[in-house]
Design a protein around this ligand. Sequence first.
Ligand SMILES: Nc1ncnc2c1ncn2[C@@H]1O[C@H](COP(=O)(O)OP(=O)(O)OP(=O)(O)O)[C@@H](O)[C@H]1O
Length: 409
Amino acid sequence: MSTATSATPQPSGTTADPEGSPPVFSVDGLWKVFGPKADRVPADPGLTALDPAELRSRTGCTVAVRDVSFDVRKGEVFVVMGLSGSGKSTLVRCLTRLIEPTAGSISIDGEDVRAMDKARLRELRRHRAAMVFQHFGLLPHRTVLDNVAYGLEIQGMGRAQRRAKAAEVVAKVGLEGMEQRRPAQLSGGQRQRVGLARALAVDPQVLLFDEPFSALDPLIRRDMQEEVIRLHHEEGRTMVFITHDLSEALRLGDRIALMRDGRVVQLGTPEEIVGSPADDYVRDFVRDVPREQVLTVRTAMRPASSADEAGSGPAVRPDATVSEAIEAVARAGSPARVLDQGRCVGIVDSAALLSVVAGTGTLAVTGPSTVTGPSTVTEPSTVTEPFAAPEPSPAPEPSAGTERPEGAV
Ligand SMILES: Nc1ncnc2c1ncn2[C@@H]1O[C@H](COP(=O)(O)OP(=O)(O)OP(=O)(O)O)[C@@H](O)[C@H]1O
């Protein structure tokens, strides 16, 4: 979950550590070409070099996904973002072969998805990677409870057991008391919760969301985003989330794959995408993002100039946003120490914080993001060296950075 933009408290029950976790899905060199004799396209450099209109007029084919590779790590929220037509839905549908890929490999927990027979695929879609659609396809004559129990019914679970399980999930998504209503008696947001509950009821390893909230009005949409964040924190479930909405991607994503014309032009954390855009396209895409709400103090800190400076003053966590640090520095009227488990790893002062807001100065976003395709790769990111304090400092008092900001992007 994006620590920089989440407006909910830190996870308490989450055990997943997405960074360094093994991949759930592994995608390598994936292509999806629509049209006649599609499979000749990926293999022919003369055709793949053509622009989309020319390829269409010569072959009748459209490349929806173009040589895409990535891993989805266990326990992460992996967001696929891009403008309409960039290939998001096609890519995510390829993961469970709702759309048949043209070339490349896909595996789930090391198992080759492209080699699965029909029964195995059914099992994959029902138990391992359940999809939550924008049009949630609720059964109109069934109650909320029976809609949620539907997937369990298909699995062959007995009536009493599936209704008990469904009731539990209905409560989890905040629909307690509405079990006996029918979809027509619910608001759009409530219906979406039923769709979410139905997917959750089968307890899938991965939840795939295809723009689930785009039809909802902004406030309800925000509610549903919070719901997803909460569920993720409570359960640590792996999620793949499609959206064309940048603020939704920044709010929800641990990592974001930004697509353009079927390619992934940048894959990275929200902070990497906003702080180190891979090319002009991405830079333009994130231009209006309030950087101080996404970038963390790591991007602005410098080594402490003395043991004195490292030993006193207000404290912020390394994952505090620049916005939170500005508040701490403004309150104290002095630079703030960045404390990592009681150790001072750097100092942020007002000049450095302002330069992040202004978009001037060198950014020190940790960890390189991945760039796929022929985009211009940015310079490697730099990491600010920590100040080696002679003695570990005491644990910080609660400070800016311990609370999440309201109104983050
Ligand atoms: N069945 C199809 N036949 C031919 N072309 C298709 C088909 N499905 C999708 N495409 C094309 O593939 C490209 C990617 O489409 P896709 O639906 O994956 O994009 P998207 O990013 O999910 O868009 P949106 O946000 O509008 O849903 C588009 O150019 C689209 O027109």
